[in-house]
Every structure is written in C-alpha cells, then in structure tokens.
Design a protein around this ligand. Structure first.
Ligand code: NIG
Ligand code: FE
Length: 409
C-alpha cells in the first residue's frame, strides 16, 4: 500500500530512544511525503520528489493530500476495563466532597469494585470493547490496561481475562498490568496486612501462572498502600519476573517517586504533588515519569509540573488514566490540549510524550511510537489544518480523519 501526497509526515525517526529535556521539543518531519506499507509494517518513506510512481503501478494508493500523518498514540496508563460509571460521585464532588472523602464513605474504587463483581465477564468485555473501539477512533494504537477493580482473587482474574480477550480480538497493541493493590476492600479494613498477603500469595501467583500480565502496579498513597506494603508487592512481583509501575504522588507527596527510583520501577505515574527533591531523584534514573493531567483536570487538582521537569532535563510520558473515578476519558487529542494549555508543554513535546515516550513507558518502542522502517504501520491521518499546533489549539474539535492500526483502517 502506498500513501502519497502527505502534507507533512510527523514523528519520523531512525532511532527510537526515550526523549529527555530539550530533545522533547523536536518532532522530526518530512513535508510532501509518501509512506509505503507492506502487510503490518512501514517499509519505506520519504519525500514525494524521491518517488518514481511507475514502480508502484500495482499498489493500492491512498491520496493523503492536505492531511498530516502521525504515529498513532501509545497510552501507557489506563484502567479501561471497568463496570458501569460513577457520575453520581461526580455530582457529589461538584457539591463539595473531595476524592478522598468519597473513598472514605466506601465510594470511589470500592464502588467500582462492587459494580464489577455484579457484572459477568461477557458484559464486562462488551463494555470494555466499546471503550477500546472509541479510543481507537481517536488515534490510540497501543494501550496499557490495569486490573484493580476486582480486589478479590476471582474478580481480579475476571478483569485480566477480559483484557486477554481484548488483546485477542483487537488489532491494538495491549499490555496488561496487575493492580490488585489498588484499594483495601471493606472486609479488610481492620486487617490490611491480610489483604496485602492475599495480593502477594494468592492473586499474583495465579495471575503469573496464567501469564496474564506484563507489569504490577500499586496505588502508593496515604490511606491506600504505604511503603512497606508496596515493597512487599514489588518484591513478590520480582519473583515472577514482572516489572513494577506505581501510582505515585497523586493526592500527597508520600515518597512514591523516591520509592520508584530506588526500586528501579519502569514508571512512576500521576505526579500532581512534586517538589525539587522528586525531580532530582528522577534525574539520572531510568524510571519514566508519566503525567496524567486529565485526572488533575477532572479532580480539580494542581497539574503535574511538566514544564519544570522538562526544563530540568527530564523526559516525560503522558497518558490518559482512563478510569471511572478520576478520568472518565481516553481522549488523547484532549489530553494533548490540556498538556499544552495547563502545563505549558509545546505541541511537539506533548505529541512526543504520547508517542515515542509513551511507547517506552509500556516497552513497545521497538515496534511503535514513531514513523520508522520496520515498525508497525499505526498511523493517524488528520483532517486538513495549517499547522500541527491547530490540534491542541482547537481543543475539543475532532480533527482525526482516520486511523490505521497494523496496516488496516
Ligand atoms: O489512577 N488513583 C488511583 N486510581 C485511579 C482512580 C481510580 C478510581 O477512582 O476509580 C487513578 O486515578
Ligand atoms: Fe491510574
């Protein structure tokens, strides 16, 4: 398949390394470009001047005149598998309750866990499938999905089997994460250690045995899991060869960033509450700071200090955190707009953060996240616009014309 007359082809890279500091500002591009796809892969690209069309007479030709083409988004942090929705809590929040107060009342994560337990696997799959198809239409080509609304052996496995079925059914690249340590179920309120033991000694072995996940995550936060519990879960994960990710520094500056760096975790995610110490800890480490500004937007919290972090030389990834409680949206174009408007990231920085850097945060950088020969043909075709900055500028407008995943629209 040959795509011709692309107004500008963005995210063209020979190297696929993680971008840090000033490197994040550059989004390499070719104007008036072509791109050739064979089966699932990008096999060649360049400027239209270099193209001898007679060589391609028997190829399917797609004319992309007036359109930008970008690598599809890599959303490295979501909870896309969940049951129902929580808009009544949303209204409670408007009326003055905080996220932490709602959780205290048995709302929040526990509310979603109760809904999920009453939803059968087929229904849970259908609900999740609709969300996955919706994010694909907005340009997502790879996605990480966490468990964590089961909170019992059986229900955590149900969630992860749904993720497995999504993987088998969808062309999207899906990575699964076990987040059994997301909240303490009510019945463990008086003996939280017993729940941590259940996560480590019963859930994790089963999850590993069925080969259901790539990563293990913990909600490291006051009122949720502390350093000791988190360490126990991460040590158990290591026994099964699973890397760690962490919900860190969301509601309070609780030492999650330092924990992640000291324990060599793949990423520390959220980071609404950060100081200079946390930025220093991340510099010189391989742990990827992943910012989730749609959660800050939805919970009316301060945004992560993206500008300070990038100016200090850090690379960041951006992800949606798609979940029913703190970010009921998997819309990456909107996430890019929020990042530019509220965190002063440039459009190029934001796009790099949800393409190549997002790919690193879910370890798919060898196959996805840039326009590179040999990578999967996961491509976004935009509607006509003058410059790429129009995408976050005209926030809320659907500017995605079509999306190709592994060579198919
Ligand atoms: O990433 N912070 C913890 N977990 C989710 C929210 C979960 C929920 O409220 O359902 C998050 O924001
Ligand atoms: Fe999350």
């Amino acid at each position: 398949m040959l795509i011709t007359n692309i107004k500008t082809l963005f995210g063209v890279r020979e190297e696929t390394k993680f971008l840090r500091g000033k490197e994040m500002a550059s989004l390499p591009a070719i104007d008036n470009a072509f791109l050739q796809v064979e089966e699932e892969e990008i096999i060649r690209y360049g400027s239209m001047d270099q193209l001898d069309l007679s060589e391609f007479s028997d190829q399917e030709n797609i004319d992309a005149a007036g359109q930008f083409v970008l690598p599809a988004w890599c959303d490295s942090h979501t909870h896309l598998v969940f049951a129902g929705s929580r808009e009544s809590e949303f209204v409670d929040k408007i009326k003055g309750l905080s996220y932490a107060e709602i959780a205290q009342k048995g709302g929040g994560i526990l509310n979603s866990a109760a809904l999920l337990r009453d939803t059968d696997e087929e229904d849970l799959f259908q609900q999740s499938w609709r969300r996955l198809e919706a994010v694909r239409a907005m340009g997502t080509g790879a996605i990480e999905i966490k468990s964590g609304y089961g909170l019992s052996v059986e229900a955590e496995l149900k969630m992860l089997r749904v993720v497995k079925r999504l993987k088998e059914t969808s062309p999207l690249h899906i990575k699964a994460t076990f987040l059994g340590a997301h909240a303490y179920p009510m019945e463990y309120k008086d003996d939280p250690q017993a729940y941590v033991d259940l996560v480590c000694n019963e859930m994790l072995p089963k999850v590993a045995e069925e080969d259901l996940v790539s990563y293990v995550d913990v909600f490291f936060e006051k009122g949720f899991f502390d350093a000791k519990a988190t360490k126990q879960v991460m040590d158990a994960a290591q026994k099964y060869g699973l890397k760690g990710k962490l919900h860190a520094n969301q509601l309070s500056n609780s030492g999650g960033v330092q924990f992640g760096v000291e324990n060599g975790l793949l990423s520390v995610d959220h980071l609404e509450t950060m100081g200079e110490e946390e930025i220093k800890a991340l510099l010189g480490s391989e742990t990827i700071p992943t910012l989730l500004p749609s959660a800050a937007f939805f919970l009316r919290m301060a945004y992560p200090p993206a500008r300070e972090m990038i100016d200090a030389g850090l690379g960041v990834a951006l992800a949606t955190d798609y979940n029913p409680g703190s970010s009921p949206s998997g819309n990456i174009p909107l996430l890019i707009a929020l990042s530019c408007i509220q965190m002063k990231m440039t459009p190029e920085e934001a796009i790099n953060a949800v393409t190549i850097n997002g790919a690193h945060a879910m370890e798919v950088q060898e196959e996805l996240g840039s326009i590179t020969v040999g990578k999967k043909a996961n491509l976004i075709f935009t509607k006509p616009m003058n410059s790429l900055a129009y995408l976050p500028y005209s926030f809320g407008e659907n500017l995605i014309d079509k999306v190709m995943v592994k060579g198919q629209f």
